[in-house]
Design a protein around this ligand. Sequence first.
Ligand code: FAD
Ligand code: SIN
Length: 519
Amino acid sequence: MTDITTIRTDDPIIVGSGVAGLTAALGLGSCTVITKSALAEGSSRLAQGGIAAAVGDGDDAEQHAADTVAVSGGLGDPMVAKLVTASAAECIDWLQSLGAQFDRKNGRLALGREAGHGRHRIVHADGDATGAELMRTLRAATVARPQIDVWENTLALDLIRRGDRVTGVLVRTATGQLVAIEGPAVILATGGIGRLYAHTTNPEEVTGDGMAMAARAGATLLDPEFVQFHPTALVSDLDPMPLLTEALRGAGAVLVDESGSRFMPAEHPDAELAPRDVVARANWRRRAAGKAVFLDATLIGDTFPDRFPTVFAAAMDAGIDPRIDPMPVNATAHYHMGGIEVDEHGRTSLPGLYAVGETAATRLHGANRLASNSLLEGLVFGARAAADAGELGDHRSELEPAVVPASAFNVSDEDDAAAVAGLRALMWEHVGVERDAGGLERARTELAALLPRLEEGPTARNLATVAGVAIATALARTESRGGHYRSDFPETDPAWRRHTTYRLQPIADTTLHRAMATA
Ligand code: FAD
Ligand code: SIN
């Protein structure tokens, strides 16, 4: 008999403790937070450039919204962009009220510049360590609230449903105990899908779990094919790869080839500050042709350790003094524009289920995200989902049995590391910066061959689900747009100016009751 503890709570349950999860938790004030490693781990704490907010002289939310939509490949929703950018100043004030220390110049917030932004509007901390300060602040505020019940080192395995409602989460705790926890709402804040790729800036927690769980429960996914590749990760064997923040290019750093010549001015009128997908592809093509690409940030000179301490440390660890030498760079998987489809309150297509942060697709970014809009989106939608979910009554009906996907009970303790490495390599090779039908078909075949080894892994099964969805939608979109570039369809096709929606085929469920009795 499987030993499952069942718990009922009167407060919403949040899965994930990055910027989006902890903002939702603080908005609710009383809730349960499930997080698979230590509190506040995830991509958020690694953020470098900062938080976009139109708080400088001559700037306003309308301009920020216009820049957001301009780089979105025609798919960013202007209404969502207005909603998010109009809340940015309030988010910065809120963080400061919690004790966040952002960098200042002459007593005012110091503002950086990044690609696609028409103004200096990136609020940052400790130069390029914004995420660390952000998460220090949110973590401290969370642990100060005894009504926020935090379960660290606890893995959410699958969503629990009663009828068409999501009512809870099946989790495996640090001691290996299975717990079915039910409450009035579940908010998924599990981050992106970066670990699907052999080369990524994303840390090990970021494995698409929320998207896969939502898909298995029958939620609608949006735009899974749109993956953002960051143009400047430091070439190294480290996993994740060290990011060289775009703020360096905002401060004047340039991309050069082996001879020290710039190549971006010939690619785009905005050169190194062109939209991220354009710069990433330019780098990728050079490297794919066997050439090296460098980020020359030597103009920053002796101020480097103070202005960009994170990048400085990473470069010095790699044996490069960035004050003197250009740094070798490559494009790297960084961010997922696609995710679980949500409305302006973070509600998914399933009653009782919310999604916030990178796992959600709000239509803010469309096919390509504007730099430093992600932390902001997590703050805005974390708060909005909390406000909505906090109002939900208890709709659970005992007449409906609690069900979970039957596969939740086939999960072993460990992933098959070699199979995961194989999956990450095939995604990088065939579903990366440039795709074509032959490569995508090959990815599909290779994924099918790996599937039996991936399916039982606690994390690998989620990577496999998300990979399958991304491959299918990348094959279907026979055009190039934003982060999705098809070398066999290199043009943007106006007929494809639409979002992709995707739902998994229904899968076998089992009731918790039966699982407890028979497994
Ligand atoms: P995350 O911060 O990734 O948190 C996900 C959480 O979910 C983690 O706590 C994880 O443990 C938990 N989790 C996942 N699966 C499970 C599960 N099954 N069970 C329980 N818990 C689970 N964006 C910007 O706007 N500005 C920047 O300057 C910037 N710089 C970046 C630099 C780097 C190196 C990286 C990687 C990203 C950067 N981004 C930046 C993007 C941004 O950081 C992320 O999009 C954002 O932080 C995502 O926040 P999140 O809360 O959605 O997820
Ligand atoms: C960076 O600092 O370059 C990352 C910013 C982002 O991904 O928004």
